[in-house]
Design a protein around this ligand. Structure first.
Ligand code: SF4
Length: 402
């Protein structure tokens, strides 16, 4: 029989709250909660961590500067072990290790973390190896976002990977896997059992790319939404965060399905740029025409189009940006679109990792501000600009300190 070993504490923050329930479920499935005293903590500080505890971080590149500062604080406490996984660690395990972690996981956490804990529980010894890698999960049924250890249940992931190769995105190049309906049913039963029927969305890199065996996409999405609705969900959402759609996959059939079953009256499309040159350069696999067609279809179907754009891509010129701004204006005035403007972030594991964003001139800033005051766009890019600089500075500082 295994003896109770150490405390395992998940350091929860807004960036990883959807992932932790999945990790807890994978631990519970292997019975490892009997070998570790496990808890999830918000705003964790070193003083509240018992001696010899393992503190688990799961984070994205956008959180790199904060995590680096956190690791420094935790490292001052003797005896504890720090482990890291998630998108940033997967994209750059070596540099993640250099932040001061004792073990780093590259790959899908629901395989690699229980494997690691099982070995640790069996041997009772901390391994010498520091970077652990796993092959990608090829079956989403193995991954469920609920456990008896946490009352929180996030939206369920119905598709992982997307088959596209956008150069700025960490999902790029991963062969997609889809959650079958039987697995979604397990989830629906659990949220009904816990009486969490108020609002439901789905995690999907391309909401209009979801598939199920033997069904067309519109049929697969309809089955998913019809069964969810029949559970008594009050606000069912699809085609907005976290299941935004690719422009070239928008069809009248899919929009009609969303209209019938869902409460959202907006559809979010990943447009990314209004410059044909940039769309080609970042390997989007669609042109401006697809975005405009999608906006028109969305409007015709009675939804408001919300278009996500990124400015500041490496290699983007001032002319490219002006084209994008002009395109956003046209989408707003012609189709009533709301443009959500993000700033380029150099994410780990992508060809643009660590690259500096292109600079934005004062006159473009004024034009962006005018679009915002006209009610056609938001100014999220301003926060992104600060964050992007911080990420690049952190990576540069780490390189200097090597
Ligand atoms: S941006 Fe969207 S379409 Fe492109 S690789 Fe990422 S998830 Fe796929």
């Amino acid at each position: 029989m295994r003896k109770q070993l150490k405390s395992l504490i998940f350091n929860r923050n807004p960036g990883n709250r959807f992932s932790i329930p999945v990790l807890l479920s994978s631990i519970e499935k292997r019975g490892l909660e009997k070998s570790f005293s496990i808890r999830v903590a918000d705003d964790l500080c070193p003083d509240s961590v018992p001696d010899e505890a393992i503190v688990a971080f799961s984070f994205q590149t956008v959180h790199l500067p904060e995590v680096r500062a956190d690791v420094r604080r935790f490292r001052k406490k003797a005896g504890i072990r720090l482990i890291a996984g998630g998108p940033h660690a997967t994209g750059d395990p070596e540099n993640t290790l250099k932040l001061g972690f004792d073990a780093v996981f590259q790959g899908d956490g629901e395989i690699i973390l229980p494997d690691f804990l099982e070995t640790l529980a069996g041997s009772g010894k901390w391994p010498e190896k520091q970077i652990f890698r796993a092959d990608p999960l090829d079956d989403l049924e193995q991954s469920l976002p609920f456990s008896g250890m946490d009352p929180f249940i996030p939206p369920i992931e119905i598709m992982r990977g997307c088959g596209q190769a956008c150069r700025f995105c960490q999902t790029r190049g991963r062969k997609p896997v889809y959650r079958p309906m039987d697995s979604v049913r397990l989830y629906l039963k659990e949220i009904r059992r816990r009486n969490m029927l108020l609002r439901l969305g789905f995690i999907c890199p391309d909401g209009f790319g979801y598939k199920q065996e033997g069904l067309e996409t519109a049929e697969a999405v309809e089955m998913l939404l019809a069964e969810s609705r029949s559970m008594g969900i009050r606000f069912l959402e699809y085609g907005i965060f976290p299941s935004e759609v690719r422009p070239n996959h928008v069809t009248p059939q899919l929009l009609a399905v969303v209209r019938e079953y869902c409460s959202n009256r907006k559809i979010t499309v990943g447009a990314q740029s209004g410059s044909e040159r940039v769309l080609r350069q970042v390997c989007r696999g669609h042109g401006r025409e697809s975005i405009e067609k999608a906006a028109g279809l969305i409007r015709e179907a009675g939804f408001k189009p919300q278009l996500d754009f990124i400015i500041g891509f490496p290699g983007e010129t001032e002319d490219d940006r002006l084209e994008t701004l002009e395109f956003m204006r046209r989408m707003g005035t012609r189709y009533g679109a709301w443009n959500q403007v993000h700033y380029f972030l150099p994410l780990s594991g992508t060809p643009y990792y660590g690259m500096k964003p292109s600079a934005i001139s004062a006159s473009t800033v004024r034009k962006l501000d005018r679009l915002a005051s006209a009610g056609l766009a938001n100014d999220w890019w301003k926060k992104g600009l600060v964050l992007s600089r911080k990420i690049v500075e952190t990576l540069e500082e780490m390189e200097r300190n090597e």
